[in-house]
Design a protein around this ligand. Structure first.
Ligand code: A2P
Length: 341
């Protein structure tokens, strides 16, 4: 039996933070003490862990005394400020925000893709968890890249509102309720109504005309795959789905991959489940991906417009594999390979 660890979850009351606590429990992570942290708004709230109610504490500079692993999901500002504080206190930080992802001294890790990069954490004490859309895409891309070298990726996303946080989940639900009872809708989280609509706008617009979410998919894919020669272009779209992101992915490879080969490679790839039987109307859907940890891939077909091209459809639970599960998987490798007791 290995030792146990004192684990903090920063943002424990949020959409991702709640899943982090659930994943630690489900995956039997060896926790000796769980420290749920949030803002003063959460004073008096509790989280349930292994059948016990644990009081949420207000995040402050002393929150990390004695903490060995700190999972952060309370937004980029909190990670920027408190990540280094937690690291100085001796915790290894696994950060779900975008604050540290592109820092060259911080590893950006998807365990199925680049587990070897975790070791770089000793420089800053921080490991970054990638963007949800990037995680599920690279889980599918990596085995294909190893087999045939991917030159270019064109991706369009269909992203669930839970990626924006609990407030966005509530906003979609309230708008649907209002519309079905012929009441006017309100929108605070998004600039437009999200119910029965699609917004080609995730995160802020940048001077180059792309959104920050789109550029995250470009830059993070190259960093995680360890290959800056992979060209990526993305269009990211928020859709009125509560949980699980979907992606239409087109790749161009150096070596020709047949559909059969690609299907075989993906079927054996870690973390992937091929769901691809159009004759029976079987393909990945957000409703099936939600609440589980695999990345579902289907609609695998040749792109006839170029010599070496494939199209496929990738769906995963954005709060789990896209965030909480990936963070807990990183923590599992961390204690197995670097913090073993
Ligand atoms: P709180 O619930 O107290 O506001 P979501 O992504 O679902 O919006 O959740 C964001 C998470 O980050 C919540 O747990 C939220 O706590 C937490 N959070 C937001 N701002 C702060 C802050 N200033 N200090 C600590 N936690 C914060």
């Amino acid at each position: 039996m290995g030792g146990t660890y004192r684990v903090a979850v920063v943002g424990a009351t949020g959409a991702v933070g709640q899943q982090m606590v659930a994943c630690l429990e489900e995956r039997n992570f060896p926790v000796s003490r769980l420290v749920p942290l949030a803002s003063e708004r959460s004073l008096g709230k509790t989280v349930t862990f292994l059948g016990k109610e644990i009081s949420v504490e207000v995040l402050n500079e002393d929150s990390f005394d004695g903490v060995e692993i700190a999972l952060f999901s309370a937004g980029g500002g909190i990670s920027k400020e408190y990540g280094p504080i937690a690291a100085r206190a001796g915790a290894v930080v696994v950060d779900n925000s975008s604050a540290w992802r592109m820092d060259p001294e911080v590893p950006l890790v998807v365990p199925e893709v680049n587990p070897q990069d975790i070791g770089l954490y000793t420089k800053t004490g921080i490991i970054a968890n990638p963007n949800c859309s990037t995680i599920q895409m690279v889980v599918a891309l990596k085995p294909l890249h190893d087999a045939a070298r991917i030159k270019r990726v064109v991706v369009s996303t269909y992203q669930a509102v839970s990626g924006t946080g609990q407030k966005a989940v509530d906003e979609l639900a309230e708008q649907v309720r209002a519309l079905l009872s012929c009441q006017p809708t309100k929108n605070k989280v998004y600039p437009h109504r999200i119910a029965f609509n699609c917004l080609p706008h995730i995160d802020v617009f940048l001077p180059n005309g792309y959104t920050k979410e789109e550029m995250k998919m470009v830059n993070e894919t190259q960093k995680i795959m360890g290959d800056d020669s992979i060209q990526v272009t993305a269009t990211t779209v928020r859709v009125p789905v509560f949980y699980s992101h979907s992606e239409a992915v087109n790749i161009e490879t150096e070596r020709k991959l047949t559909v059969d080969e690609a299907r075989k490679i993906l079927a054996q790839a870690p973390g992937v489940k091929v769901v691809d039987n159009p004759a029976k109307n079987e393909y990945p859907m957000p409703l099936d991906a939600a609440g589980q940890d695999l990345t579902l891939v289907g609609r695998i077909r040749e792109d006839f417009s170029i010599p070496n091209g494939l199209n496929f459809w990738v769906v995963a639970d954005n709060l789990r594999k896209g965030a909480a599960t990936n963070a807990v998987q990183i923590a599992e490798l961390l204690i197995r390979d670097y913090l073993r007791k």
